[in-house]
Design a protein around this ligand. Structure first.
Ligand SMILES: [Zn+2]
Length: 429
């Protein structure tokens, strides 16, 4: 019998651990745990976190005389807007001009021919990357209007089961808005609702106001009948500012709405005058609409004009929406496909690239929340991503002692899933 080994096993029960780390103070759920602990200029505090059986059992501030921690702790992330069904399809469906129209055309061609194996490859590659990068949940839109829609949803159901211990998956059926009025649409909606997934769609100019109003009204009524949430691509454009949003608000003024509606993109709203933005934002808050801003794809696709560099770029007015009380998260959107050639399901990469575009700062509570707690709220996750006793030991540890370094140098990371280290890679000194 190896006595030393047995002692070691007794000394460290499964799914448990203890780390000294730097934590963004705004991610501490209960201020009493860290009362009196110093906060540095980047909003980080030195704390000790202990966990057992996958649950955080203790959080306490470190004394100023103790050794400064060398890792930053962040909750595992929720990705509020992805397209895992077409990620990594760039090589067979590229879009060298980088326009919205060319992206749409390439996407439609690729979707027609997308094989079962290609779908599985995209999905599995996305999930494997997301897992090692520290993602715990993904809401992904799924192209769902073709001959293969039901086949694809069968495949995705299997994938969801296979991955359920590691990444929570939520799907949105992405179809043209009027598809929900067809028989096929009705059948798909029932399936989507019974799985707890969401109905989706696209409203982007040019659109016929009357027809779009009717389709939206039908969608909201259908979703309420089925008790199923909605997430739509809306106003991803540089023209007809907030045209889709205005129609949606008109629809909501006419119906009793009990379900949650997420507006993805909402880019052209940012082009309105301040007064109009504030007026619409207040109405959105009243209707409990949620927003997913998507700075990377907006910056890449929208407002392109041949050889002219446009300085004014469409993007959801994140600060004004937050000020009105609207939940706003930031998502990654497309990865290596016709809509966006770059990116890699890395939330740190998303932060590093979208923060300068959106003027979000990691040391501000409202600059960080779109990537953490607000994203969890958009997905209606059980855990809001704040650290406190009793919350899950589900986090990443970045080998870095400052935000600036963490977002500049792609630091090594250790990922803890349900109390267990995903990989025990040797740590850099
Ligand atoms: Zn999208």
């Amino acid at each position: 019998m190896n006595f030393a080994k047995d002692v070691e096993l007794i000394a460290s029960p499964p799914k448990s651990g203890l780390v000294d780390v730097l934590v963004p103070r705004c991610l501490i759920g209960n201020g009493e745990d860290v009362l009196g602990t110093a906060i540095n200029q980047e909003g980080l505090s030195s704390i000790q976190i202990e966990w057992r059986d996958g649950t955080i059992t203790s959080i306490k501030g470190l004394k100023e005389t103790s050794k400064a921690p060398e890792e930053i702790i962040l909750p595992r992330f929720a990705e509020p807007h992805a397209h895992i069904d077409k990620a990594f399809s760039w090589s067979r469906s590229f879009n060298l001009k980088g326009t919205y129209q060319e992206a749409l055309a390439a996407n439609l061609r690729e979707y027609e021919l997308r094989s079962k194996d290609e779908l599985i490859l995209s999905v599995e590659k996305s999930l494997n990357l997301a897992l090692v990068n520290g993602v715990r949940a993904i809401r992904s839109h799924i192209d769902s209007f073709g001959k293969t829609a039901m086949r694809d949803w069968d495949i995705l159901e299997d994938v969801r089961k296979k991955w359920q211990e590691k990444i929570f998956l939520q799907f949105v059926a992405l179809v043209p808005l009027d598809f929900w009025q067809t028989d096929e649409g009705g059948l798909l909606a029932q399936r989507v609702a019974s799985n707890g997934d969401l109905l989706g769609g696209v409203i982007a100019p040019p659109f016929n106001k009357r027809k779009t109003f009717k389709s939206l009204l039908h969608l909201v009524q259908l979703a309420n009948r089925l008790n199923c949430d909605i997430d739509i691509h809306i106003d991803e454009s540089q023209s007809c500012s907030a045209g889709g949003l205005k129609l949606l608000l008109e629809v909501l003024a006419q119906v009793e709405n009990e379900i949650s509606i997420t507006c993805s993109h909402l880019s052209s709203m940012g082009l309105l005058k301040e007064k109009a933005i504030s007026h619409l934002a207040k109405k959105m808050a009243k209707n409990k609409l949620k927003v997913v801003a998507l700075p990377l794809t907006n910056a890449w696709l929208l407002g392109r004009k041949d050889r002219f560099s446009l300085i004014k770029r469409p993007l959801a007015p994140i600060f004004q929406l937050q000020k009105a009380g609207v939940v706003v998260s930031v998502g990654g959107d497309n990865v290596n496909d016709a809509w966006f050639p770059l990116s890699n399901f890395d939330p740190l990469n998303l932060m590093a690239f979208s923060m300068p575009i959106a003027h979000l700062s990691p040391w501000d509570r409202l600059g960080l929340s779109p990537f953490t707690s607000s994203a969890a709220q958009v997905l209606s996750l059980q855990w809001d991503g704040l650290f406190q006793k009793g919350s899950p030991a589900d986090f990443i540890l970045l080998d870095s002692n400052s935000w600036v370094k963490a977002l500049s140098n792609r630091p090594k990371r250790r990922v803890v899933v349900n109390g267990e280290f995903l990989n025990e890679l040797p740590k850099k000194n």
